[in-house]
Structures are given as C-alpha cells and as structure tokens.
Design a protein around this ligand. Structure first.
Ligand code: FAD
Length: 476
C-alpha cells in the first residue's frame, strides 16, 4: 500500500507544510491528478517561498531560465511563461530576476486552483506538531489528512547566533528577509560570515542601494562561487573511473577530465548521476565528501551569472571586498560596531575584523533534532536523524524512517530538508523531479509491497536521469 487512507488505500487529502516552490508545485501536481491538498504556510504567501520573494531585480536566478521549468516533462514552461508575461526577459540562456520566477510559481499554483476547483486549500498558519497524519497549528487548528509532506525549505542561517556574545543588535541573522539589510548605512563597513551565494546576494542588494562601504567576508576556505561561463563544451559523460572506486581516485579522474575539457562540462556530466552516486555511497564515503570536498563541490556546482561574477571581481579589485579563509572564534559588539576574532586558515596568528554590522550568510541552518516540528518526531522514535545529521533519514521515496528504520507510509519530506537522502535536492531542476515522483506515489493506485519496491526503483532510475543546479552556500 502506498500510504494509509481509506479502505482501498487511496490518498484523498495530503497536508503539505510549506507553501514555497516545493509545496506549491506539489499541490498543483496533486490537483492535476485528482488529489486534494491543504497547503500550509506561515507567511500567507504561496509560491515564491524564501528564494523568490525578493523584490530586487538584481537578485537573478542562479540557473539559466531555460532550465527553470517548474514542471517535469515540460522543459520550456518557464520560458513560455516569460514570453507571455515578460517577453523582454524571455531568453532561455539568460538569468531572469528571481522576483519573476516567484510570480511564475504563484501563477502556476493559481492556474491549478482554477482548473481544479476545491482541490487545493490554502491555510495560513504555523505548523507546530504532527499527530499521525494530522498537522497541528500554533493557534490550535488541526489539519486532517491521509498523508503529510514536510516541504519546509531553507531555514534562516544560524551560525552567527551561536557566536553571539550578548543580545547583539548589530547582527543581521536572516539576510533573506526583505528588510534585513535596511539598517546598513551607505558608508557602513560590514563583516560577512560565509562567502557563497548569500554573500553575493547581500552585496548586490547593498550596491543597488548606493552603498559605498567595504565588506570583509570570511569562510573556512574563503572559496567564492564560480561563474557559469558564457559557453562551455557539452557535458562530459562520466565513465566508471569517475563514478566508482575510492573517492581519491574519482577526484584524480575529475581533475584529468577537467584538464582535457572545460571543468564545467565535467560538472554538467555529473549532474544526472549525482543523486544516484549519493544514494550508492556508504556513510564513510559521504562523510569524507562532506569533510573534504563539499566546499569545492558547492562553488563549482552552484554557480552565478557571469554579470554577477564581474561585479564581485570588480569590488575585490577596488579593495571594497576582501575574502579571507579562517575560523571565527568570537563575535563582540562595541560602541560603534562589531569585532570578529578569527584564526586564519594557514596557521597564522589570530586576528580581528571590525565593521558596523555582521551579516550571517552561512546558508540554511538545518537542525531537525531541535526543530519544533521534527524534534519531537525524533524524540518519540517516529523519525530518526541520518547518521551524518544532515536531516531526517528517508527511504528512496522520501518517506520518513522511524527509529527502527521502517518507513512511515504517511509522512514524506520534500525539497532541501530531504538532502540526507538525495544530497542534491535544493534547486528547482532537482526538486521538480522529486515532485513528479511524489505525485506518482501519492496519486497512484494502492499497490502491494512488490509494486511499491518497483516504484521506488523506478524513481531511483528517474533520479539518475537528471539533476539540477542550486545555491549551496559554504558554511563559515
Ligand atoms: C536566496 C536563495 C536563492 C535561490 N536561488 C535559486 C535559483 O536561482 N535557482 C534554483 O534552482 N534554486 C535556487 N534556490 C534553491 C531553493 O532551495 C529552491 O529553488 C526552492 O525555492 C526551494 O523551495 P522550498 O519550497 O523547498 O523552500 P522555501 O522557499 O524555503 O519554502 C518553504 C516554506 O515553508 C514555510 N514553512 C516552513 N516551516 C513552516 C511551518 N512550521 N509552518 C508553516 N510554514 C512553514 C516557509 O514559510 C516557506 O514559505 C535558492 C535558494 C535561496 C535560499
């Protein structure tokens, strides 16, 4: 049986926690397949989520528009939408403003609601607990369903929180909030924790507001995201030497191929098999990847538009952006700003950085064990953490595994919080594949265990056929 519901095992209603891209497009996909859903979001905005709520047009997509269709199997859906609504920006090779992408997702959700009246119910509220397949909201409402999908997305960064020496009001902890950087004055110097895509976003926003200050950015290795590059060769199909054997040998092969081809082609070639490689890797290999390779993976895999890369380089050349590698030891607030004590990476003596503000750009702070929604599930044994503590442990269909490793047939995870199981499940091209798989699972007919494992295998194959691009901030 796919998920518990009525006697026939049919899922009639799905409660989806999170109304960002993942939740909204899952609700649309379910409606198109005759399944009702209740879409719950605390913000009251359904569709754009964290990534596409920015109102600033300088925040462009990190993936070319031609790859950003929200719908699996309709690759030109977003570009066609742009042609109809914003023809000036309808270049499939371009990087459209993320604001427009948010409008597109909201539009697709509204279209599904109009085409399938009554199948999508929007609920504004904070989900605080799960009781079986019932979602409890902070105001006491209970949303009953046959299955629950947690599509709770990207939590705000929280690295700086743990360094907070006192109640610092010069610490900007959630740079994705629309008003987050409003307090920064035009001449204020800033210290930024994290040197990835959120750092880039923050600086772009400041520049657009006429900011003339200097930024010092710090992460463990000081790596910045690479540019997409105007054009590169075709994807390099990965052979056995790149996909099997010890990680060190695979890395050597990647280097060899990159010397012969454009490295971007090598990364593009790996995209379709990344999730399958992750699924096949044992815990020790995954741990080694995270410990040694992840920062390099992130900056090569999660790239930025060329125009954005040019702006960043110019700032560095002008001495207005300094990027350092090292580890933060302490953050202190002073009368006129903040002081960050840090230890440089290459064994040099401890040093200090000063600025008027500290911006935490270390990327999403996923902590399922202390999250109010998932923490109690772990404590009660209904869920468990994966061994590397990346997220909840899931099976190949995204079902939550309990303390004994048995899948919960009525509880699924979708999008970035499912990274423990799929690793690359952060960007639209990855998530839309998982949405298609989940719609198949939830809307499909009741099946026996044999059919179920066939389905899981089918989805694993599907995952092997294509993965996308994403943001992947390096943690400071
Ligand atoms: C700044 C930024 C830029 C990005 N740019 C790109 C890009 O250009 N291309 C790309 O492919 N990917 C990009 N991404 C990756 C991004 O993860 C996906 O594209 C996608 O937006 C993820 O959507 P989501 O719905 O899973 O998560 P989110 O957008 O984070 O949505 C989750 C939603 O859940 C709600 N929620 C969470 N917990 C609760 C609760 N307890 N109760 C009620 N509601 C709750 C939140 O309010 C939120 O609206 C970007 C990510 C970020 C953060």
């Amino acid at each position: 049986m796919t998920a518990p519901a009525d006697e026939a095992g049919t899922v009639r209603r799905v409660a989806i926690v999170g109304g960002g891209f993942s939740g909204a497009m899952l609700a649309a996909g379910l409606a198109e397949n005759g399944v009702a859903s209740t879409l719950i979001d605390r913000t009251g905005v359904f569709g754009p989520g964290v990534a596409y709520s920015t109102g600033f047009d300088g925040h462009v997509l990190n993936v070319r528009s031609g790859r950003m269709s929200a719908v699996e199997g309709r690759p030109d859906d977003f570009v066609r939408w742009l042609e109809a609504h914003h023809p000036d920006g309808a270049d499939p090779e371009g990087f459209a403003p993320r604001r427009l992408y948010g409008l597109y997702v909201a539009d697709r959700l509204a279209g599904a609601e109009a085409a399938h009246p009554g199948l999508i119910t929007r609920v504004v509220g904070e989900a605080v607990a799960l009781a079986g397949p019932v979602v409890c909201l902070s105001d006491g409402r209970r949303i009953e369903a046959d299955a629950v999908v947690l599509a709770t997305g990207n939590p705000a960064p929280d690295t700086a929180d743990s360094l907070r020496a006192d109640g610092q009001d010069r610490l900007i902890g959630d740079p994705w909030r629309s008003d987050a950087l409003d307090r920064i004055g035009p001449n204020d110097d800033v210290v930024i924790l994290g040197t990835g895509l959120t750092m880039v976003d923050s600086i772009l926003w400041l520049l657009a507001r006429g900011w003339r200050g200097r930024a010092t950015a710090l992460s463990r290795r000081g790596l910045r995201p690479h540019a997409h590059g105007a054009r590169h060769g075709p994807p390099v199909t990965p052979g056995e030497a790149l996909t099997t054997g010890p990680v060190s040998r695979r890395l050597a092969e990647a280097r060899r191929l990159s010397a012969e081809n454009d490295w971007r082609g090598v990364m593009e070639g790996l995209r379709p098999v990344t999730a399958a490689l992750w699924v096949a890797a044992d815990a020790a290999t995954r741990a080694r990847f995270l410990r040694h390779l992840r920062p390099w993976w992130d900056v090569h895999r999660h790239r930025i538009a060329d125009s954005v890369a040019v702006s960043m380089r110019r700032l560095e050349t002008e001495g207005r952006l300094m990027v350092y590698a090292g580890r933060v030891r302490r953050v202190e607030q002073t009368a006129d700003g903040i002081v960050v004590d840090w230890t440089p990476r290459r064994g040099r003596s401890p040093a200090s950085l000063t600025g008027r503000w500290l911006i935490d750009c270390t990327g999403p702070g996923h902590h399922p064990a202390t999250d109010p929604l998932t923490g109690p599930l772990i404590a009660s044994g209904r869920a468990r953490l994966d061994p590397l503590k990346l997220g909840l442990a899931l099976d190949a269909e995204g079902r939550v595994l309990d303390a004994d490793g048995a899948p919960d047939r009525s509880l699924f995870v979708l999008g970035p919080p499912a990274r423990a199981a799929f690793w690359e499940t952060v960007a639209v091209p990855d998530i839309r594949k998982r949405i298609a798989g989940l719609v198949g699972t939830l809307a499909g007919p009741a099946s026996d265990e044999g059919e179920q494992s066939d389905q899981a295998e089918g989805q694993a194959d599907q995952r092997q056929q294509g993965q996308g691009d994403d943001r992947g901030d390096a943690k400071a």
